[in-house]
Design a protein around this ligand. Structure first.
Ligand code: HEM
Length: 400
């Protein structure tokens, strides 16, 4: 990633890629929330950074004034208008109503709790298989060898694509959301790879439909018309991108947390009924996803004015640490009863895959705690974090 000058004033010049901020953004959010709840920067194409829960709840409802057409936190580069993929977006996350509504409706039935439960046994077997590979060594990288391996295989199975290509999928998705976020050439390269991959698959499934998600999407109607290939390719693009880094980050953050917290580890071992509330709390505390909106007109919010064309970051992670919305906001409280977190967003774009993400986290953490109840970081300085659009640990050296 390109090096940028250090931040002197977070209120007017924040840097979402500052290494210290990526590692631990809480001190910055707390300072901003007190003194400048909506900060601004000219870095990375310019943006606004809200930090209050109440503001986030209001901003997600400002539709269509705050548009989702460009939800990346760094503005995307111009696409070659002649490229075959120039008009392929990632609906519904890149669309506003009215287009967004029927596309979202098309996706939701595949991600109900009942639909997702069908994938639980395979996910359990997958997690056990991953642990079998390193348990005898007494050490592993909890991000690379465990958390990162789960979501690409689960979504590949759902989509009927080869789960053994999971390393490719991770590389492609990081090429868009992580490494390519600040490098337009890399981002375009991986966008092309993903869209070509799904373009071929959609052709193939039209010829030979199966019972997988892609074949079922192809068979759907959108507002009374057969769905177009371009829309299906865009949706597949989104499902791959939205399902991998996000869930990997949440599982990884949870493992990183537990490695450093013997009390929380022993609570989960001794009180397994705590898993559901513990998972919500870990989702809240380590919320990975920040999205962007682009203003369609000038909007006054308190003493700041968002100008038409300005980018506003939907800082769900900071909102989840607002003491006005959560008691002991900066503590992990595994049995937190009242937890209206917005890690999955809120409003019309709320995560369509949240049931799947929760199932994956639940299985990943239960299997890990059953097999490896005692563990710790072997080299805390070797832990690495990614941030920007999706924040989470990318290396977690662990011994047990
Ligand atoms: C812990 C893991 C996850 C987190 C924290 C997360 C978070 C989010 C957030 C914050 C949004 C809202 C975007 C916005 O307001 O612009 C979103 C949307 C979405 N997510 Fe997730 N997500 C996760 C996992 C998944 C998975 C596993 C899938 C499916 C494979 C998925 C599919 C989607 C889709 C399709 C949307 C777009 C919904 C719409 O625009 O109507 N997500 N997610």
């Amino acid at each position: 990633m390109a090096k940028t000058p250090p931040v002197n004033d977070w209120k007017t010049d924040y840097d979402i890629f500052d290494p210290g901020y990526v590692r631990d953004p809480l001190p910055v959010w707390n300072e901003l929330r007190e003194g400048c709840p909506i900060a601004h920067t000219d870095r990375w194409g310019g943006s606004w950074l809200p930090t209050r829960y109440e503001d986030m709840q209001a901003f997600v409802r400002m539709v269509p004034e705050l548009s989702s057409k460009e939800p990346l936190v760094v503005p995307p580069q111009e696409l070659d208008p002649d490229s075959e993929h120039a008009e392929v977006a990632a609906p519904p996350i890149t669309s506003d109503p009215p287009t967004q509504i029927p596309i979202r409706r098309m996706i939701l039935p595949f991600f109900t709790p009942k639909a997702v439960a069908l994938h639980r046994p395979d996910t359990e077997a997958l997690c056990h298989g991953l642990i079998d590979e390193f348990i005898d060594k007494g050490s592993c990288d909890g991000a690379v060898q465990y958390a990162q391996q789960i979501p690409p295989r689960v979504i590949a199975n759902m989509m009927g694509i080869d789960p053994n290509r999971s390393a490719d999928f991770v590389e492609w998705v990081r090429g868009i959301l992580e490494i390519g976020l600040t490098d337009p050439e890399i981002r375009l390269k991986y966008r092309s790879i993903i869209l070509n991959f799904f373009s071929d698959l959609v052709q193939e499934r039209r010829q030979n439909p199966g019972d997988d998600l892609i074949s079922q999407l192809i068979a759907c109607e959108l507002e009374g018309e057969p769905v177009t290939d371009r829309t299906v390719i865009g949706m597949c693009n989104l499902l791959l991108i939205a399902g991998i880094d996000t869930t990997w980050s949440s599982i990884g953050s949870a493992i990183w947390h537990l490695a450093g917290s013997p009390d929380d580890r022993s609570r989960l071992v001794n009180e397994p009924d705590l898993f559901p509330t513990a998972i919500e709390e870990l989702l809240r505390f380590y919320s990975p996803v920040t999205m962007a909106r682009v203003c369609q007109k000038d909007i006054e919010v308190g003493d700041v004015t968002f100008k038409e064309g300005d980018r506003v970051l939907m800082n769900f992670p900071a909102a989840n640490h607002d003491p006005a919305a959560f008691d002991r906001a900066d503590e992990v409280v595994l049995d937190r009863e009242k937890n209206r977190h917005i890690a999955f967003g809120v409003g019309i774009h709320r995560c369509a895959g949240s049931n799947l993400a929760r199932m994956e986290m639940d299985v990943a953490l239960r299997v890990w705690m059953e097999r490896i109840p005692e563990f710790e970081l072997s080299d805390p300085d070797a832990v690495t974090w990614a941030g920007g659009q999706v924040r989470g640990p990318r290396n977690i050296p662990i011994r047990f």
